[in-house]
Design a protein around this ligand. Structure first.
Ligand SMILES: [Zn+2]
Length: 350
């Protein structure tokens, strides 16, 4: 069933974005023993997902790459190697599978690029028409790919929050289903599989550092590890670090200067903010804010070490350096850093 995080009201497991009270929803199921299925892709976790059937393609199990950084074991998880080049494939796969089950054939979403691309790719194979609302500063590489995948692109003048509002208005006017990945509970069901994978690949690390704008990855990590704990598979959760872009912080104090490079997390008012705050408390987590210069420094380091990612992905490395320097993350500890999006979509220099 779906449960409202604000008033506790429950709904059957159909496609639904929010509670009638306006609160956000999470899928809730009785804890089930962690028994991965014998597949080499995301179908490993089918018995933990709220879908009966699934669409092809299927997100891959992404590799991990371990490196020692100032005495800390940094474990990079290469999410940018998913079929559409970002971790968003996990959420799009479960979402599109659910939409198909319900016979929904036309949807609209808003995105800075990666979520739309992912939904367009999975939607294309499922025969679902995808409208996407983007701001004019969306990277040309991503726009070109969206068009190649048959998505209908609607441009909006304004920032990310304005794009979100225009999309909701369009959906209301046209009756086309809004599948906002910020709100949609099925998206988080997909992103939670990254926690299952991390657990299978490296056990429970001391820390996981995640870019945190709308919280789709941050909350997915929490949900996945929480489910493992609820089944008795693990004893405790890793400490989760929410890494935010300066000028757009919702959890850390708001900075003055804006980090325009980390476009994927330039979301100052995420609808799941209360849940993100709860996760920080529950996991004894931390919030770290990263500015543009720090993002660029980490991006260059990643390139020099063979990780071709987009700027939003680099903030987790800046955060790791900072937390080591502050003495929060200590020598010998293990920290997982998901690298969320591919640099191959960036056709223009930054
Ligand atoms: Zn409610």
């Amino acid at each position: 069933m779906l449960r409202c995080s604000r008033c506790g009201r429950t709904y059957p497991e159909a496609f639904r974005l929010t509670c009638e009270c306006g609160g956000t929803l999470l899928v809730e199921r009785p804890p089930e023993t962690f028994t991965p299925e014998p597949f080499l892709d995301a179908r490993r976790y089918l018995n933990h997902l709220p879908i009966e059937n699934y669409v092809i393609p299927v997100p891959t199990i992404t590799p991990v790459s371990e490196m020692e950084i100032n005495g800390v074991k940094a474990i990079f998880k290469l999410e940018y190697l998913q079929p559409s080049g970002s971790f968003k494939d996990r959420g799009a796969w479960v979402t599109v599978s659910k939409l198909l089950e319900e016979g929904i054939s036309e949807v609209v979403l808003d995105s800075s690029g990666n979520a739309a691309l992912s939904l367009a790719l999975y939607g294309l194979s499922a025969g679902i028409k995808v409208h996407t609302f983007v701001s004019y500063d969306t990277s040309p590489g991503k726009l070109s790919l969206l068009q190649q995948l048959g998505a209908v692109v609607h441009y909006v003048e304004g920032d990310r929050m304005t794009v979100h509002e225009r999309t909701a208005e369009f959906s209301e006017r046209s009756g086309i289903t809004y599948v906002s990945h910020w709100l949609n509970p099925y998206f988080l069901e997909g992103t939670k599989t990254i926690a299952f994978e991390i657990y299978e690949q490296v056990g429970v690390p001391d820390w996981v550092l995640s870019p945190a704008g709308s919280g789709t990855l941050f909350l997915g990590l929490w949900k996945g590890f929480s489910e493992l704990k609820a089944t008795g598979e693990i004893e405790g959760l890793p400490r989760l670090v929410a890494v935010q872009a300066s000028g757009y912080e919702s959890l850390c104090g708001r900075s003055h200067a804006r980090n325009a490079l980390a476009e994927g997390i330039a979301i100052p008012e995420p609808p799941r903010l209360d849940e993100m705050k709860r996760v920080l408390r529950e996991t004894d987590g931390l919030c770290v804010s990263i500015n543009e210069l720090e993002t660029m420094g980490a991006l260059n380091w990643l390139k020099r070490h063979g990780f071709l990612v987009e700027p939003t992905s680099a903030v987790v490395l800046s955060a790791l350096w900072k937390l080591i320097e502050m003495g929060e993350i200590k020598r010998g500890e293990r920290a997982v850093l998901p690298l969320t999006g591919s640099g191959l979509k960036l056709t223009q220099g930054i």
